[in-house]
Write a protein that binds this ligand. Sequence first.
Ligand code: AMP
Ligand code: GLY
Length: 430
Amino acid sequence: MKLLIIGSGGREHALVWKLAQSPHVTGLWCAPGNAGIAQERLAKNGALVEGVNISAEDLPGLLTFAQEKKADLTIVGPDNPLALGIVDLFQANGLKIWGVNQKAAQFESSKVFSQQFMEKYGIPTARAGAFVDFPSASRFTASLGGRCAVKADGLALGKGVLICRDMAQADAAIEEILVKKAFGAAGGKIVIQELLEGMEISLHALCDGKTARLFPTSQDHKRALDGDQGLNTGGMGTYSPTPFLTGAQLADTGQKILDPFMRGCAAEGIDYRGILYPGVMLTKSGPKVLEFNARFGDPETQVYLTRLENDLVELLDASVSGTLAKMELKWSPLASVCVVMASGGYPGNYPKGKVIAGLEAANALPHTKVFHAGTAKSGDEIVTSGGRVLGVTALGKDLKSAQAAAYAAVEKIHFDGAHLRRDIAAKAMR
Ligand code: AMP
Ligand code: GLY
C-alpha cells in the first residue's frame, strides 16, 4: 500500500514512524512533513519516507498529488484540513482517506455544536450555555459566581479558552472574545462552562461509524512552565497510562461518554470515522467532558503509538471500512513518557534556525525515540523551525523509569534557548 500522511508536527512524525513499520506499506509520502519524518525508512523495503512540499490546508494540491501518485490511503493528522472538508473532497473523488468528515469535524470546529450535542444526548459535561451577546453571557456567569471557562466557538489554535475565577475576570473574558474578537471570527459565538476542578486527562477512541475502541488514558501538560504555571501551549509533554482511573473505571467512563456519543451520531446522521479525543476532568462528582477533539492529540499520539502493538495500517483501514468490531487493540504494558523540547519564548515569539545537536546520541538510547515537530534541514544540519521542536519519548517498565529515560535522552540534545518542563509525569507519582 502507498500512503499519504498530511501534517508536519510531532503527532505526524509518530504516525509516520508507526505506519512505516507495517509490512503492508511500500511507499509513504508526508505533506509537508519535517526533517525527522524525512529520515524514516519503511520496514518492508528500506525506502525513505518522502516529504512533499504541499501545505496541510492546500486541499486541491493534496488531492491532485494523491491522484497522480495513486495513494491507496491518505491519513490526516491536524484539525484544520478536517474542518475544511478534506475527507469529503477525497471521497467525492473516489479516494480512500482516514479522518472525520466535515460534519463530524464540527465536534472540534464548533464548541457550541459540541456542547449542545452533549446536553441533548446525556454525555456528562459541565453546566454550560451558548451566547452571542454580552448581557446574557454576563448574566449566566453571574449565576456561576464568575467561576467559569469562556470559550470561543470556533478553532483558535488551542488558545480560545479563558479561565475566570470572579465576575470581573468573566466580564473581561466575554468582552475579549465576543466584543473585541481577540480570536477573530472564532469568537462570534461563545460557550461558557462552569469551572470544573479535578485532574484533567485525555481519552482517545478509534471509531468506524458504529464501533468505538477506547485507548488507555494519557495526560497532557498544557501550561508552559513547571507546576502548571505560565501560558497555555499546544502541549509540553504527555505520559500513558495514568494512575487516575482503574481499568474498570476507565471502561465505565468510556461507556458513559462513547455510548451516548455513538447513539447521538446515529440519530443526527453523523458518520464518525476517525479519532474521538475527549478532554475529561475527573471531578468529585465523576468524569466530565470539557471538550471534544476530532483527531489524534499532539503530543498524546507520541505516547500512544510507542505503546500500540497493533499494525496501525490495519486499524486505520478498519476505521475507514467500518470493520473495527473485528479488531482488538493491543497495548504494551510498558509506560511511555514524552518530553517536549520547545524554542525559547514559545508559546510567544521565538527564534528559528537554531542548530540541534545530539539527536543521534539520544535516539541510540534503548527504548527511546525522538519525534520531530518544528525541525527543518539546513545544509547538513537539522535546525529548529517551530515552537514545539522535539518530542523526546521513552518507554520504561513503569512511569518512573520511562520518565528517567526520557529526561536522560533530553540531556543528550542541545539547541540554543531550548525550553522544556522538568515535571512531565510528576503528578502520576504524587
Ligand atoms: P479546551 O480547549 O476546551 O480543552 O480548554 C483548554 C483548557 O482549559 C483545558 O485543557 C482545561 O485545562 C481548561 N478548561 C476548559 N474548560 C474548563 C472547565 N469547564 N473547567 C476548568 N478548566 C477548563
Ligand atoms: N494535546 C492537545 C491537543 O492535541 O489538542
